[in-house]
Design a protein around this ligand. Structure first.
Ligand SMILES: C[C@H]1O[C@H](OP(=O)(O)OP(=O)(O)OC[C@H]2O[C@@H](n3cnc4c(=O)[nH]c(N)nc43)[C@H](O)[C@@H]2O)[C@@H](O)[C@@H](O)C1=O
Length: 349
């Protein structure tokens, strides 16, 4: 008698080419999943970036598939969902820059809020419903009354991004409670890595520290250094997302370290990693000060720890060092290959 092996699961990831999407696809591929990823139509670098990450072309060719689809193009997403019939959908895509959301509130809500609602509608209508994970954000708490925040802390967003995420978070709850969709919110606090985009403050700082130490840059223009954030390590956060969909019941979980640091402390750590004093290079620039700011966000991940066995282990100083090292290596490579335009520092984030 032959016992039939259960077929490996299939996942669909929106926003696969971002930091979290790349780590999540690696995790799922390692676990034997077939992974389908949605990439924006105008994102010409996405495919190349993922190809570079997956040196093993066999995996890339046979178990990782990319599809072009924007979050406002639901007929295409419906077709992809029907064709690929995923067991799990990880919804990571959206406009993720808090500062930019003050400039582009409408498109932020269009993609981050309405994009999530439209996806939930598609999932609800499928005959074989996949499990659904929405990556929510600590920005939903805005200026909270309590610290640390947990899954029951009231939402009080203070940015268009936070408002859009609060809408998407509440919709995800509603589809779970009213329409019986297996839908979870991963309420993620800031999480960083050497794959973090340069418009986020951590990467902006580590790249500047690396560039200044190599003589490529001479100052760092930034906004306020007082804000405090709970910074964790991105690969651990995607592991938490995966665990949520493996649990028997859908729910919401905070993913956070429970330890906060100021932007100034992060900067001191990055500059000391290259033997420099940050205060010699910092220039306050009002362009980077937001109209409203979440001053201090710190998460309580006790529920994720107790129910999912999730915890974060990476120390912030180790993350900072890894980011600075990666930036120095990349910049040195560019210096050697004499690509001056590529050495321009990210000045608009
Ligand atoms: C959880 C949450 O995490 C991220 O949102 P964020 O916390 O806004 O991240 P950030 O790295 O842009 O800013 C952190 C802090 O740093 C301050 N800051 C000062 N000067 C500059 C500056 O020059 N640039 C930037 N970007 N920030 C600056 C800024 O005002 C803020 O207080 C996203 O992943 C988001 O998608 C998300 O969900």
């Amino acid at each position: 008698m032959t016992t039939e092996k259960p077929s490996a699961p299939t996942a669909l990831i929106t926003g696969i080419s971002g930091q979290d999407g790349s780590y999540l696809s690696e995790l799922l591929l390692e676990k034997g999943y077939t992974v389908h990823g949605l990439v924006r139509r105008n994102s010409s670098t996405s495919r190349k970036r993922l190809e570079e990450l997956f040196h093993d072309k066999t995996i890339y060719d046979r178990r990782l598939f990319l599809h072009y689809a924007d979050l406002d193009d639901m007929t295409t997403i419906r077709r992809i969902l029907t064709k690929t019939a995923p067991d799990e959908v990880y919804h990571l895509a959206g406009q993720s820059h808090v500062g930019a959301s003050f400039e582009i509130p409408e498109s932020t809500c269009e993609f981050t809020a309405m994009g999530t609602l439209r996806l939930l509608e598609l999932v609800r209508d499928l005959s074989k419903r996949p499990k659904f994970l929405h990556t929510s954000s600590s920005e939903i708490f805005g200026r909270p009354d309590e610290s640390p925040q947990n899954e029951d802390t009231p939402m009080r967003p203070v940015s268009p991004y936070g408002v859009a995420k609060a809408f998407a978070t509440q919709m995800t709850r509603l589809y779970r409670e009213s329409f019986e969709v297996f839908a979870c919110n991963a309420i993620c606090y800031n999480h960083e890595s050497p794959r973090r985009g340069e418009s986020f403050v951590t990467r902006k700082i580590t790249r500047a520290a690396a560039a200044i130490s190599l003589g490529i840059q001479d100052e760092l223009r930034m906004g306020s250094l007082n804000a405090r954030r709970d910074w964790g390590y991105a690969p651990e956060y995607v592991e938490g997302m995966w665990r949520m969909l493996q649990h028997e019941r859908p729910d919401d979980y905070v993913l956070a370290t429970g330890i906060d640091h100021s932007v100034e402390e992060f900067m001191a750590s990055a500059f000391s990693a290259v033997g420099l004093d940050w205060s010699d290079y910092y220039r306050r620039d009002p362009r980077f000060i937001r109209p409203a700011e979440c001053c201090s966000l710190i998460g309580d991940a006790a529920k994720a720890h107790q129910i999912l066995g999730w915890k974060c282990e990476a120390d912030l100083s180790v993350i900072v060092q890894a980011m600075v090292d990666e930036d120095r290596q990349k910049l040195q490579h560019l210096q050697r290959s004499a690509e001056p335009s590529a050495l321009d520092t990210a000045g608009n984030s």
